[in-house]
Design a protein around this ligand. Structure first.
Ligand code: C2E
Ligand code: MG
Ligand code: MG
Length: 936
C-alpha cells in the first residue's frame, strides 16, 4: 500500500505590497480623523490630561453666589432689585474693581427697585457689567431666536457682555468665544470682558478645565448683602455674580467636573484668558502624515527587528505621541489631536507583525493546515473504504483495524485489536507459528482463506505493505472479501463450460474431460468409450410444437440420460439435439453396449411435456479408445460416423465401423469404383409411383438410383450417394439420372402413360451455378414438359446460407420445373424461411408417416405439416405409406399425395409399365378402388 506524499503548498503571495498596506493604513487613519469616528477617544484623552495637570484657580476673580443659603435667608423670590443695588454698593465699598452680573435684567420689576438699581449702576460709573443672551425660544409657529438684554434704563450706565455658551455636539461645553455678535455689533463675552481681553486674544479657545472650580473664592450673596464678608477678599478683585444653586437651573455639563453652574464656566474661561491658557486645537493630520512618510522611508529597518521589538516600539511611539501632546497642552496653550497618529501606529503594528511571518512560516502554517485536512481525509477514507485495513505489529498482534475489517471478520473493533492475525487468516502464519509470512507477500495481491470466530471460512484477497512509525515497524494488510467475486467467477466459469439450457457440460468441458480421461486410461491401461447421441425428429418437434416444447424436451432428455449413469460419467450437450456421453475407465465394448441399451430402454417411455406425451427416439454412435481413435477430436468424429450410421439405418445404436467411414481406405476404393460404375452400366434406375389420394390414381413417379456392385452386391443409395457427394461424382450421376429417366419417361408417355417425374437433387449438385442450364438442356433433349419435372431437394440443403439458396432455387424455378422439399421434418429449416421460397410441394419424411398410428407426437407433426403446407399453398406428399390405415389417416388429414410400399415398391421402367397397366392405382381399365377395397 503506497502512501502518497503530500504535495508542496503553493507559494503564498500577498495581493498588496507592504508599502501599499502602509499607505492604506495612513488613509484609514486620516479617514478616522476626518469622519470624527475617533472624537470620543480624543476627548477622553484631553480630559485625562486636564485631570493629570489639575491646578487651583487664581484668586483674582471672586464669585458671589446666589446659593442655597442666600435663597434660604432671602426667602422672597424674585429678590427685590434693591438687593442687587446693595450688593454693588457693598462690593464697591470693599474695593472690588469690576462687577459682572450673570443675571437677567430684561424685564421691569417694582418701579422703586428698578430706580434704586439704576442709581447704583450710575454710581458704579462703568464698573458694572450686565449680560445679554441669545436663546432659542419655542413659540406657537416654531422656534425663535430671542435676544434678552438689560432694561434700556440700565444700559447707559453699564458695560454689556455676552453670556452665551456653545456646547459641542455631545452637549458638553468645552470652548468659549472671546466675543459674540449682538444686534450686528461685537460684544465681549463675560470672561473676556472681566479679563479685559483685547483683540490679540483668539476668537475661540478651549477652556482649561485643569483649573479646579472648587478652588475659586466664593462669597454667598446673602453674606455680601448683609456685609458679612472680609473686604480684603474683594479688594482689587473682579466679581461675578450669578446663580450656583441647583434649583436655579443654570447647571451645564463640562469636561472633568461634571455639571457646573454657568457662572463657574465663565469663571474658568476667565482663568484661561488671564493665565494665558486659551487652549487651541491642533489637527493631528500633519503629524500623522509626517510619521507615515517616516514609516514608508525607514520602515524596512524596523522590519529586521523581532516582532516583540516592533510591538514595544509601536507601544512606545503611541506613548510618546500622548506624552508629547500632554507636554504641549501643559506648556503651550495647545490641544494637539493624537488619534489619527495613534490609529496609524495601531494599524501599522499588525502590518509589521504580518511582515514578520516570513514565507517559511506561512508555508509551514499552510502545510500544517493541509496536513490536518489530509489526515482527516485519510481517516475518512480509512473509515469508509470497503476494504478492510489491518495494521499488524511485527509479532502478529493487531495495532489497528478499520470498520470495514470489523465488518468483514464479524468481530467488534476492540476485540479485533486484541486478536492475533493468525486467528483470522491462519495461512499468514508460518508452519512453526513463530513468524509471519507477510514479507513474502509484498508484491501483488494474494488469495487466502479467512476465518470468522464462528468457524466459517471465506475467500479474501490480501495486499500488504510495510509501514514505519518512528522506531516501530508495522505491516499494513488490505483485506478484501472476495466471496461474491469468487461466486461470480464460478458462475462465469460454469457458464463457459456448461450448456445454458440443460446445465450439462458443453463441448469444451467434454473435450477437456475426454483428454484427461484418455491420459488416465493410458496410465491405467484401461479403455474408455464415447457415445454420441442424436434425437430423432427433434427439429420437426421444435418447428411444429414450438421452441418451448423443444427446450423442455431437451431438458428432460438430459435428465433421462444422466439417470442410468455413474457419477464419474459425463453427459454433455454438444448443440441442438446432439448429446455426448463419456464413459471413462473400464468401459469395454460389452459394458458400453449395456449402457446403450439402458439408454434406449429409458427412451421407450414417452416424454410427458406440458399436456403432450411425446415418443422420441435416439440414435447412438459408439467409439472406443484406444480401439477406434487415440485423439479426442478423432474419437468424437468416430462416434459421429457411428451415430450417423445408426440414424440412417435406424439401428438405434451403432458401433463405429471403419468401413462405413467415407474417409477410410475402403471407402476411397469404393469411390474409384463408383466412377467406373457409371460407364460400366452398374447403375440403374427404379421408379416409385406417387398416388393422388383424392382420385386414388397414379400422378407420377420418383426416380431412385441403384448400384449393382459386382462383389458387394446391391449398394443402397443411402450408402453410395454420400460417396458420390464427397468425391464430386454426384454431378455426373445426377446428369445421367436425369437424362435416363427422361428417356424412359418419354418412352412410357409414348406407350400412353404420361407421368410426372420427380428426381432427387443432392445439395452438392444444387450449388453448381451451371445446374439450371443443365436441367433446361435435359428437358429440351428429353422433350418433356418442364411442369412435369419435379426436383426433390432435401431440407438440409436449405439450412446453409439461406440467401444463396434462395438465389439457386429461383434460378431453377425460372427453368419452369416444380420444386419439392424432401424428407421434411428431419432437417432444420425454419417455417418463416420456407415461406419465402417458390416451392410447390412438401414431402413428409416416412419416419413420421410410418409411426403416426402409434405415436401421438408423430400424428401431431403430420397434421401440423399438412396444415402448414396448405397454408403456404404447397401440395403435401406423404412417404412411407405402407398400410390402408395410413391412407385413411392421410386422407382424413387432407394429404394430397401418397408414396409407399402399399402402392408399389420402386420398380424398373419395364415393370413400372406393367404396374401402370395392371395396378388398381395405375391407368388400368378398372375403376380405381376405394381405400376400403385396397388389396391387402
Ligand atoms: P427419398 O428421396 O426419400 O426416397 C424415398 C425412399 O424411401 C426410397 O429409398 C424408397 O425406397 C423408400 N421408400 C418408399 N416407400 C417406402 C415405404 O413405404 N417404406 C419404406 N420403408 N421405405 C420406402 P431408397 O431408394 O433407398 O432411397 C434412399 C434415398 O437415397 C432417397 O430418399 C434419396 O434421398 C436418395 N436417392 C436415391 N436415388 C437418388 C439419386 O438418384 N440421386 C440422389 N441425389 N439421391 C438419391
Ligand atoms: Mg426423394
Ligand atoms: Mg424422402
Amino acid at each position: 500500500m503506497a502512501v502518497q506524499t503530500l504535495s508542496e503548498p503553493r507559494q503564498t503571495r500577498s495581493l498588496l505590497s507592504w508599502r501599499a498596506l502602509h499607505v492604506l493604513a495612513l488613509v484609514a487613519a486620516i479617514a478616522i480623523s476626518v469622519t470624527g469616528w475617533s472624537d470620543f477617544v480624543e476627548r477622553e484623552l484631553i480630559d485625562l490630561r486636564f485631570k493629570l495637570f489639575a491646578q487651583p484657580a487664581d484668586r483674582d476673580l471672586v464669585v458671589v453666589a446666589i446659593d442655597p443659603q442666600s435663597l434660604r435667608e432671602l426667602d422672597v423670590w424674585p429678590w427685590p432689585r434693591r438687593y442687587h443695588a446693595e450688593i454693588i454698593e457693598q462690593l464697591l465699598a470693599a474695593g472690588a474693581e469690576q462687577i459682572a452680573f450673570d443675571i437677567d435684567f430684561s424685564s421691569s420689576s417694582a418701579p422703586g427697585d428698578d430706580e434704586i438699581l439704576e442709581e447704583a449702576f450710575r454710581s458704579a460709573s462703568g464698573r458694572v457689567t450686565l449680560t445679554v443672551h441669545k436663546q432659542l425660544v419655542r413659540t406657537g409657529d416654531g422656534v425663535e431666536l430671542v435676544h434678552t438684554e438689560p432694561l434700556a434704563s440700565f444700559r447707559p450706565y453699564v458695560n454689556l457682555a455676552s453670556a452665551n455658551v456653545y456646547p459641542d455636539d455631545d452637549g458638553v461645553i468645552r470652548q468659549m468665544p472671546t466675543s459674540d455678535t449682538w444686534r450686528g455689533e461685537r460684544l465681549p463675552t463675560i470672561s473676556a470682558s472681566l479679563a479685559g481681553a483685547d483683540s490679540s486674544a483668539p476668537p475661540w479657545f478651549y477652556i482649561d478645565y485643569a483649573f479646579d472650580p472648587l478652588s475659586m473664592p466664593v462669597l454667598s450673596y446673602s453674606d455680601v448683602l448683609a456685609g458679612r464678608f472680609d473686604a480684603e477678599r474683594v479688594r482689587g478683585k473682579r466679581i461675578i455674580v450669578g446663580a450656583t444653586a441647583i434649583e436655579m437651573g443654570d447647571q451645564l455639563p463640562v469636561p472633568v467636573h461634571g455639571s457646573i453652574s454657568g457662572v463657574f464656566i465663565h469663571s474658568l474661561a476667565y482663568q484661561s484668558l488671564t493665565q494665558g491658557r486659551t487652549l487651541q486645537f491642533v489637527s493631528g493630520l500633519p503629524l500623522t502624515l509626517a510619521i507615515g512618510v517616516i514609516a514608508l522611508r525607514f520602515g524596512q529597518h524596523l522590519a529586521r527587528r523581532s516582532w516583540a521589538f516592533t510591538a514595544l516600539f509601536t507601544a512606545a511611539a503611541v506613548f510618546l505621541v500622548i506624552a508629547a501632546a500632554s507636554v504641549l497642552q501643559l506648556a503651550a496653550p495647545l490641544i494637539p489631536e493624537v488619534m489619527p497618529t495613534i490609529a496609524f501606529l495601531a494599524l501599522l503594528f499588525p502590518i509589521e507583525l504580518i511582515k514578520r511571518i516570513d514565507q517559511q512560516a506561512v508555508r509551514i502554517l499552510f502545510q500544517g493546515l493541509q496536513l490536518r485536512r489530509t489526515s482527516a481525509m485519510m481517516q475518512t477514507i480509512v473509515d469508509n473504504t470497503f476494504d478492510g485495513i489491518l495494521i499488524i505489529r511485527r509479532d502478529g498482534s493487531m495495532e489497528m483495524a478499520n470498520p470495514a475489517a470489523t465488518a468483514i471478520f464479524g468481530v467488534p473493533g476492540h476485540e479485533l485489536t486484541n486478536l492475533r492475525v493468525g486467528r483470522l487468516i491462519p495461512d499468514l502464519v508460518g508452519q512453526d507459528r513463530s513468524h509471519l509470512d507477510i514479507p513474502e507477500l509484498q508484491v501483488g495481491v494474494h488469495e487466502f482463506r479467512a476465518r470468522r470466530p464462528d468457524g466459517t471460512t471465506f475467500p479474501v484477497e490480501l495486499a500488504t505493505s510495510e509501514m514505519r512509525a518512528g522506531e516501530e515497524q508495522f505491516w499494513v494488510v488490505l483485506v478484501r472479501d472476495i466471496t461474491k467475486r469468487k461466486a461470480y467467477e464460478a458462475q462465469i466459469r460454469h457458464q463457459a463450460l456448461h450448456d445454458g439450457l440443460t446445465g450439462l457440460p458443453n463441448r469444451t468441458l467434454l473435450m477437456d474431460r475426454l483428454r484427461l480421461a484418455m491420459d488416465a486410461a493410458v496410465r491405467d491401461g484401461k479403455p474408455l468409450s464415447l457415445l454420441l447421441l442424436d434425437l430423432n425428429r427433434f427439429k420437426t418437434i421444435n418447428d411444429t410444437l414450438g421452441h418451448d416444447v423443444g427446450d423442455e424436451l431437451l431438458c428432460e432428455v438430459g435428465k433421462r440420460l444422466c439417470a442410468p449413469l455413474r457419477r464419474a460419467d459425463t453427459v454433455a450437450r454438444l448443440g441442438s439435439n446432439e448429446f455426448a456421453i463419456l464413459l471413462p475407465a473400464v468401459m469395454d465394448m460389452p459394458g458400453t453396449l449395456a449402457v446403450c441399451n439402458r439408454i434406449q430402454e429409458s427412451f421407450k417411455a414417452p416424454f410427458q411435456l406440458s399436456d403432450l406425451s411425446l415418443e422420441v427416439g435416439v440414435s447412438i454412435g459408439v467409439a472406443l479408445f484406444p480401439d477406434h481413435a487415440t485423439e479426442p477430436a478423432r474419437l468424437l468424429q468416430c462416434a459421429d460416423v457411428a451415430m450417423f450410421m445408426a440414424k440412417r439405418r435406424q439401428l438405434g445404436s451403432a458401433v463405429y465401423d471403419a468401413q462405413q467411414d467415407a474417409n477410410t481406405i475402403r471407402n476411397l476404393t469404393l469411390t474409384g469404383e463408383l466412377r467406373r460404375a457409371i460407364h460400366n452400366g452398374q447403375l440403374s434406375l427404379v421408379y416409385q409411383p406417387k398416388i393422388d389420394l383424392k382420385t386414388q390414381r397414379v400422378r407420377g413417379v420418383e426416380v431412385l438410383s441403384r448400384w449393382r456392385h459386382p462383389t458387394h452386391g446391391s449398394i443402397p443409395p443411402d450408402e453410395f450417394i454420400p460417396h458420390a457427394e464427397v468425391s464430386g461424382l454426384i454431378g455426373p450421376i445426377t446428369e445421367w439420372v436425369l437424362a435416363t429417366a427422361m428417356r424412359e419417361m418419354s418412352a412410357l408417355q409414348q406407350a400412353g402413360f404420361a407421368l410426372d417425374l420427380a428426381v432427387n437433387f443432392s445439395p452438392r449438385v444444387l450449388q453448381d451455378d451451371a445446374l439450371p442450364q443443365m436441367v433446361a438442356d435435359s428437358i429440351r433433349t428429353g422433350r418433356l414438359d418442364a411442369r412435369r419435372l419435379t426436383l426433390e431437394i432435401t431440407e438440409s440443403f436449405l439450412m446453409d446460407d439461406p440467401e444463396d439458396r434462395l438465389r439457386i432455387i429461383n434460378g431453377l424455378r425460372d427453368v419452369g420445373v416444380r420444386l419439392s422439399i424432401d424428407d421434411f421434418g428431419t432437417g432444420y429449416s425454419s417455417l418463416s424461411y420456407l415461406k419465402r421460397l417458390p416451392l410447390d410441394e412438401l414431402k413428409i419424411d416416412k419416419g413420421f408417416v410410418m409411426n403416426m398410428h402409434e405415436d401421438q407426437g408423430d400424428a401431431t407433426i403430420v397434421r401440423s405439416t399438412v396444415d402448414l403446407a396448405h397454408n403456404l399453398g404447397l401440395k403435401v406428399v406423404a412417404e412411407g405409406v405402407e398400410t390402408r390405415e395410413h391412407v385413411q389417416m392421410l386422407q382424413a388429414l387432407g394429404c394430397d399425395i401418397g408414396q409407399g410400399y402399399l402402392f408399389s415398391r420402386p420398380l424398373p421402367a419395364d415393370q413400372l409399365q406393367c404396374w401402370l397397366r395392371d395396378s388398381p392405382w395405375g391407368f388400368g381399365r378398372a375403376a380405381a378402388p376405394a381405400v376400403e377395397a385396397v388389396p391387402s
